[in-house]
Design a binder for this molecule. Structure first.
Ligand SMILES: NC(=O)c1ccc[n+]([C@@H]2O[C@H](COP(=O)([O-])OP(=O)(O)OC[C@H]3O[C@@H](n4cnc5c(N)ncnc54)[C@H](O)[C@@H]3O)[C@@H](O)[C@H]2O)c1
Length: 313
């Protein structure tokens, strides 16, 4: 396990907030929002080293480690709040292969849950509102909707949610489970096939045709990464509850196409791909519960968010 410091010497560390998977798409964005929530010091856990960033307005201590490592427990203290983002897949990586998804993600999350339970740390688990519910029985989907995931990714996210709740019942560990919808925004990683909006922006930049699954009828709830980060940080004081976090609005891929075409002022060149078994047709989340309890609301409209992406380099 490696350890490096950013901005601050060791003896001044408070270290009561930990972010796992801090080097990922969401983690890097979350770091830029911490100061707005009066969090000035964090520990970052990731298997990949985080590039030192002198512009970050916070003090951080970096631990390069695999969360499955049994020594993880030594890095967590009583009273810490652990925001757990680390995950090694997305739905298209493992499809319906539960064994593959378990191999990639279970040991790390289970080891972290056990460590938090033993050290009496609070665990904020970032699950997936887009996949744990499966095919919707009604819309928008609220937190008491049945959970019948069709992807292996969704099934293992749900298994981790259950393990978090069991640990809480057994040991009193505090937790918050957040179920985000489809995420987009600056910093998306194309190599990992993350997100339709990221793919479209990149193809437009390269003057390439866009690949669209199905005929454009899939409906998704797109949340801008900045809104999600504010939502995560607004939820840290909640206790032992599960929350959806999204825009609360459904957008079909055909409607998304219209948003893009309006902004770039020309028709998109589209290649239609076969439907995939593990894609539910519609996913729109109710965000009433988190909005009621935290006063958090998404602030960036889809058109604004896409426009910002198209305008950035
Ligand atoms: N991107 C989305 O659309 C979306 C939507 C809903 C939920 N989520 C969830 O949000 C979280 C963050 O997503 P992201 O898009 O930033 O993912 P990402 O792949 O960009 O980042 C994940 C990070 O976790 C790290 N990691 C993975 N396994 C690890 C381990 N065992 N030990 C230490 N570090 C490990 C990786 O190195 C990576 O830096 C994930 O849990 C993901 O499932 C993402």
């Amino acid at each position: 396990m490696g350890l490096t410091f950013g901005h601050l010497d060791q003896k001044n560390q408070m270290n009561n907030v930990i972010i796992t998977g801090a080097n990922g798409f969401l983690g890097k964005s979350l770091l830029t929002h911490l100061a707005d929530f009066k969090i000035s010091s964090v520990k970052l856990f990731d298997i990949h080293p985080f590039q030192e960033d002198p512009a970050l307005p916070i003090n951080y201590q970096q631990h390069v480690l695999d969360l499955a490592d049994p020594r993880l427990i030594n890095q967590i203290n009583t009273g810490d709040t652990v925001i757990h983002l680390a995950w090694r897949s997305n739905p298209s990586v493992t499809g319906e292969d539960i064994d593959a998804e378990m191999k990639l993600n279970w040991d790390a999350s289970k080891n972290l849950i056990d460590a938090c339970a033993e050290k009496e740390a609070k665990l904020i688990f970032i699950s997936s509102g887009g996949t744990v519910y499966g095919r919707p029985e009604y819309l928008p989907i609220d937190e008491i909707h049945p959970t019948n995931p069709v992807s292996a990714y969704g099934a293992v996210k749900l298994k981790v949610e259950k393990a978090v709740k069991e640990a809480s019942v057994k040991t009193g560990m505090q937790y918050v489970i957040l179920r985000p919808s489809n995420l987009y925004g600056p910093g998306f990683s194309l190599k990992k096939g993350l997100g339709v909006i990221g793919h479209w922006v990149d193809m437009i930049r390269q003057n390439q045709p866009i690949k669209m699954v199905g005929k454009g009828e899939l409906v998704r709830d797109f949340i801008h990464i900045s809104d999600l980060c504010r939502g995560i940080l607004s939820s840290l004081d909640l206790e032992n509850e599960t929350f959806n976090i999204g825009s609360g609005r459904g957008t079909s891929l055909n409607d998304l196409r219209l948003v893009f075409e309006k902004l770039i002022k020309r028709p998109l060149d589209i290649i239609h791909l076969e439907d995939r078994e593990f894609d539910v047709k519609t996913n729109v989340l109710s965000i009433d519960k988190i909005s009621r309890l935290t006063k958090w609301y998404p602030e960036i409209s889809l058109e604004q968010g896409v426009n910002r992406l198209l305008d950035s380099n």
